[in-house]
Design a protein around this ligand. Structure first.
Ligand code: TYD
Length: 140
């Protein structure tokens, strides 16, 4: 997915099962989202003004959800950028491999839930922006 673009990423509207006892959103890998889920992690207690992310992945697909609160994810494919504010627990942002992301503007109490297609692999990360640009622009 070296040639992926921000247009391959999108908001997925998840099911919301209304109930007077409280709402429920189910997510099934390969059905509600286009990958099987091997890992989940969540990010919380982010201090006001802090940023996360600042990397890209070579193979990893992710669905990012604001399980509580809100934050902004700016996607960058090396040519174009697009910012998404997530603030609804029944919407997820699909991020395909090969996309740089910056996360900021976390609200107080924000919980970022991430569903991921692969186990954690430090070797899948690109953390240097210029290396990321070289990767996107090379033709191998
Ligand atoms: P990182 O992905 O850099 O966080 P973010 O992009 O949200 O700022 O991960 C931060 C640290 O947590 C890093 O040392 C790797 C570790 N980590 C794991 O051990 N397992 C995981 O599944 C994730 C996402 C991170």
């Amino acid at each position: 997915m070296k040639h992926s673009t921000i247009h391959d990423c999108k908001i997925i509207d998840l099911r919301k099962i209304h109930d007077p006892r409280g709402n429920l959103t189910p997510i099934e890998g390969g059905a509600d989202i286009p990958f099987l889920i091997k890992r989940i992690y969540y990010l919380y207690d982010v201090p006001s003004g802090e940023s996360r992310g600042a990397h890209a992945h070579k193979q990893l697909y992710q669905l990012i959800i604001a399980a509580n609160g809100s934050f902004t994810i700016t996607l960058n494919d090396g040519k174009n950028k697009k910012a998404f504010t997530l603030n609804r627990p029944y919407q997820g942002l699909l991020i395909v491999p090969g996309i740089w992301r910056d996360l900021d503007d976390f609200s107080s109490g924000a919980v970022l839930l991430c569903l991921a297609s692969e186990h954690y692999d430090a070797a899948d990360y690109m953390r240097n922006y210029y290396d990321f640009l070289s990767y996107k622009n090379s033709n191998e």
